[in-house]
Ligand binder design. Structure first.
Ligand SMILES: C[C@](O)(CO)[C@H](O)COP(=O)(O)OP(=O)(O)OC[C@H]1O[C@@H](n2ccc(N)nc2=O)[C@H](O)[C@@H]1O
Ligand SMILES: Nc1ncnc2c1ncn2[C@@H]1O[C@H](COP(=O)(O)OP(=O)(O)OP(=O)(O)O)[C@@H](O)[C@H]1O
Length: 298
């Protein structure tokens, strides 16, 4: 028997970062949006834990570990420990989310694994317990479970759905070389702490479905440290602006850049123009989309 669960990528429409806490994490005021790039995770019972990864399209999966360090194995072990059972599974990941791209691909896989194993073994884990286990796996994992549009606080793990009247279209420009999330936070610490900008303007734009207001309000405190680590990214940011997007945004800790556009047609138009300009991979995505959901049970 096998179970397949799909999980979306996320972007942060607002990412406000405060000074490092005593536990090493940073307090966040963030607004998450789940977008239509997906990983599919298929689980089946096995004597030992194993991981297999295959790309969707031309996603580069070479950076994904196939041993116990893969976050999906950690997810499986936490779930079995929570229920006091000893079981293992073979886990297959079909990856459509850029690796180390700041779009929470590993977090999506972890969230999908929790839900897939819960169903495979009929564990009936409560939503609150799933969210608590997700938070132990990583700051972005609870949002991957939830999907949609949400306000995130704490270190990002406390999530609450927010009103979103829009359907937002994005041109997504992944980068060949990933960026380490912890390295970007360290670079943030080395820079002067930015003046706090609240998430209120983004939340109001979403509630009103107001594209111009959202374009004005997009904000990411990790953009400056990511550019410090990878100055060449400035060119992508400038090219996006030159391509006619309504606003550009670094996705989470980067290096993926996003352009907000008015509708699906403009997204495809701008994608073509960027490909003509020499960009190898440009993807169109929309959001909000659902969080983890079952797609196959065989
Ligand atoms: C950049 C974001 O994607 C924005 O949503 C997240 O903050 C990162 O979330 P994540 O990848 O799930 O992060 P975790 O696995 O919890 O932590 C990875 C590393 O990022 C840093 N980290 C993460 C979250 C946070 N609020 N403060 C941090 O300083 C820590 O150095 C940590 O060791
Ligand atoms: N299932 C997985 N998928 C991708 N990377 C994984 C996975 N498990 C472990 N990793 C490791 O985690 C690192 C970060 O991968 P991931 O794709 O989650 O980054 P990210 O999207 O930038 O994360 P975030 O946006 O949550 O900060 C990878 O470089 C890889 O070494």
């Amino acid at each position: 028997m096998s179970v397949t669960v799909r999980a979306p990528a996320k972007i942060n429409l607002h990412l406000g970062v405060g000074a490092k806490r005593e536990d090493g994490y940073h307090p966040l005021d963030t607004v998450y949006l789940a977008v239509s790039l997906y990983d599919d995770v298929t689980v089946s019972t096995s004597a030992v834990w194993s991981v297999d990864v295959s790309p969707i399209g031309d996603v580069d999966v070479s950076g994904v570990p196939l041993d116990d360090s893969n976050i999906v194995v950690k997810a499986g072990r936490l779930l079995t420990a929570h229920h006091g059972i000893e079981r293992a599974a073979a886990i297959g990941i079909s990856k459509g989310i850029p690796v180390a791209g700041g779009m929470a691909g590993g977090s999506a896989d972890a969230a999908a694994t929790l839900v897939a194993l819960d169903r495979l073994w009929d564990l009936q884990t409560s939503d609150d317990d799933l969210l608590a286990i997700a938070a132990q796996l990583g700051s972005d994992v609870p949002f991957s479970l939830l999907g949609g549009t949400a306000h995130g606080t704490g270190r990002g793990e406390l999530v609450e759905q927010v009103p979103d009247a829009g359907t937002w279209w994005w041109v997504v420009v992944p980068n060949d070389e990933g960026l380490s999330t912890s390295a970007v936070y360290r670079a943030f610490d080395a820079l002067p702490t930015p003046a706090a900008v609240g998430s209120g303007a983004v939340l109001a734009a979403l509630a009103g479905g107001d594209l111009d207001a959202l374009a004005d309000a997009l904000h990411n405190d990790l953009e400056a440290p990511a550019l410090e680590l990878r100055p060449a990214l400035r060119e992508t940011a400038d090219d996006l602006v030159g391509s006619g997007v309504r606003a550009r945004l670094l996705s989470g800790s980067g290096p993926t850049y996003l352009g907000l556009v008015a509708d699906q047609d403009s997204a495809h138009h701008i994608r073509e123009a960027l490909l003509d300009q020499g960009y190898e991979r440009v993807v169109v995505a929309t959001g909000p989309v659902a969080g983890v959901h079952l797609v196959d049970y065989a």
